[in-house]
Design a protein around this ligand. Structure first.
Ligand SMILES: [Fe+2]
Ligand SMILES: [Fe+2]
Ligand SMILES: [Fe+2]
Ligand SMILES: [Fe+2]
Length: 408
C-alpha cells in the first residue's frame, strides 16, 4: 500500500507531550519477546538518540532563537519517545543479554540493508562491517556461556548464526583507513540515504551502549572484551558516517532525519508481531509525520526549498528484520580477509609491511587481546567454543579449527 508521510496527517506538536506514567513503559517479558521485536526496539532507541543529537548539533550551529526553539521542542519529544522505548527493557534482562540483542540488530539489519542497497559504495561498506558485528556476536556469546551458563541462541533463536566472522583481533585498523567517500545527496537514491542514516543511528547506539555499560561486569576479561569491541563500534560509526553527504544543509538534514524516522516506524509497523509494540509504532509514526511537516516548513523558510522536490511520492519498501543466514555466509566466504586501505578496501595479505594497519595492530594488540582470550578461556573450560552453525560447517576452512586465530 503506497504511503507518503508528506500527505498524511500527524499529531499536533503540543498534543504529543506525554506524562511520566505514560512514558514509564511496562517492560516486556524477556522469555516471550520475539528476537526481532527486541531488535526493533533497539534500532528505534538508536534512531531517537540520533534525532535528538542531530537536533543538538544543529542548535549549536545556528544563531536564530526561533529555530533553536523549534529544535528544542522536537528534541524534547524525541527524548520522550526514547524513554518509552528504552524503558521497555526489563530489569531481569542482563547487560550481556542486551548485548547479544544489540549485535543481532547489527547483523540482521546490516545484511537486510546490504541485500537491497543499490549503490555499490554503500553496499560494500555494509558488507564490510557486517562481518565484524557478526564476529562480535560470537565473542559475546562465548562470554555469556562462560559467565552466565546461558546460550546466546536463547536470545537470537535460530534466526542468526553465531560463529567466527572477520575475527575481532583483525578489525583494529588505523583511523585513516576508516574514512570512506560519501554519496551525493542530490543524485543518490532515497533508499541509499535512508540506509546510510539508519545504519549510522544503529551503530552509534551500540557504541554509546558499550561506552556506558562496558565497565559494569566484575570480571576483568569481560570488561576488556567490552572496551575492545566498543573501540570497533567507534570505527563503525566513523566508517558509516563518512558515507553521508556533508554538503546537505542543516535544514535538509533535519528533513531527512524526520523522514527516516517516519520510514523506520512505518517499517516496524509492517513487520511487528507484538500487538502492544504495534500500537507504539503506530503512535510514534503519527508523531513523526508531524515532525516531518515542521522540518519541511523550516527548510522552506531557511533554504527556500520544497521537500517535495527531494522526497519521493511514495515511501520506499520498508526495511524488515529477517533471517539472512545464507547471505552472511556468502559475504564471509568472499570478504573475511578484507581490511580498510585509504577510503577503499584491500586484502590484508596485500598490504605492505610498513602499512598503518600493521602499526596500529602492533600498538593495540601488544599485550594480549580480550576477544581472543575469551575464546581460549571458553575452550579451556568447555573443551569447545560456543557456536551456532545452523547450515553446516563454517564457510571458510581456516575458521573451522577450534583454536583461536594467531595474533599479530
Ligand atoms: Fe522520534
Ligand atoms: Fe558490534
Ligand atoms: Fe558495529
Ligand atoms: Fe522525529
Amino acid at each position: 500500500m503506497s504511503f507518503n508521510p508528506l500527505k498524511e496527517k500527524g499529531i499536533p506538536m503540543e498534543k504529543q507531550l506525554r506524562n511520566w506514567s505514560e512514558l514509564n513503559s511496562k517492560p516486556f517479558n524477556k522469555e516471550e519477546i520475539h528476537p526481532y521485536s527486541r531488535c526493533r526496539i533497539i534500532l528505534m532507541c538508536g534512531a531517537e538518540l540520533e534525532g535528538n543529537w542531530f537536533g543538538h548539533q544543529y542548535a549549536r550551529h545556528v544563531d536564530n532563537l526561533e529555530i533553536k526553539r523549534k529544535l528544542a521542542m522536537a528534541r524534547r519529544l524525541e527524548q520522550q519517545q526514547q524513554k518509552v522505548l528504552n524503558w521497555l527493557f526489563p530489569a531481569n534482562e542482563d547487560i550481556l543479554e542486551m548485548t547479544i540483542g544489540y549485535e543481532q540488530v547489527a547483523v540482521d539489519l546490516t545484511a537486510s540493508l546490504a541485500r537491497k542497497e543499490p549503490d555499490p559504495l554503500v553496499k560494500d561498506a555494509l558488507d564490510f562491517a557486517l562481518l565484524e558485528d557478526f564476529d562480535h556476536l560470537y565473542r559475546y556469546a562465548n562470554l555469556m556461556e562462560m559467565t552466565m551458563g546461558k546460550k546466546a541462541e536463547k536470545i537470537t533463536s535460530d534466526l542468526t548464526e553465531i560463529t567466527v566472522g572477520r575475527p575481532t583481533i583483525l578489525e583494529h585498523r588505523h583511523p585513516f583507513d576508516e574514512v570512506r567517500n560519501h554519496y551525493d545527496a542530490k543524485s543518490a537514491d532515497i533508499i541509499t540515504q535512508l540506509h546510510a542514516m539508519t545504519i549510522v543511528a544503529a551503530e552509534q547506539q551500540t557504541m554509546n551502549f558499550y561506552m556506558n555499560v562496558g565497565n559494569r561486569p566484575d570480571d576483568s576479561l569481560a570488561r576488556g572484551l567490552y572496551l575492545e569491541i566498543a573501540q570497533i563500534e567507534e570505527q563503525h560509526v566513523t566508517h558509516y558516517e563518512s558515507l553521508l553527504d556533508p554538503n546537505a544543509s542543516w535544514a535538509e538534514q533535519l528533513v531527512m532525519h524526520e523522514y527516516n524516522e517516519c520510514y523506520l516506524y512505518h517499517s516496524c509497523l509492517q513487520s511487528e508481531v507484538d500487538e502492544r509494540l504495534k500500537k507504539i509504532w503506530e503512535h510514534h509514526l503519527a508523531m513523526e509525520i508531524e515532525h516531518l511537516h515542521r522540518a519541511v516548513e523550516l527548510m522552506k523558510e531557511v533554504d527556500g526549498r520544497d521537500a517535495a522536490d527531494m522526497l519521493p511520492k511514495e515511501m520506499p519498501e520498508p526495511v524488515i528484520f529477517e533471517s539472512n543466514i545464507d547471505y552472511v555466509r556468502d559475504v564471509i566466504a568472499s570478504q573475511c580477509d578484507l581490511t580498510g586501505r585509504g577510503s577503499g578496501y584491500a586484502d590484508m595479505a596485500e598490504l605492505p609491511d610498513d602499512h598503518n594497519f600493521w602499526k596500529y595492530q602492533q600498538a593495540v594488540n601488544a599485550n594480549g587481546v580480550p576477544s581472543e582470550e575469551v575464546i581460549k578461556k571458553h575452550l579451556d573450560q568447555f573443551d569447545q567454543e560456543y557456536r551456532q552453525e545452523l547450515r553446516g560447517p563454517h564457510p571458510v576452512e581456516k575458521y573451522r579449527a577450534k583454536e583461536p586465530v594467531a595474533a599479530y
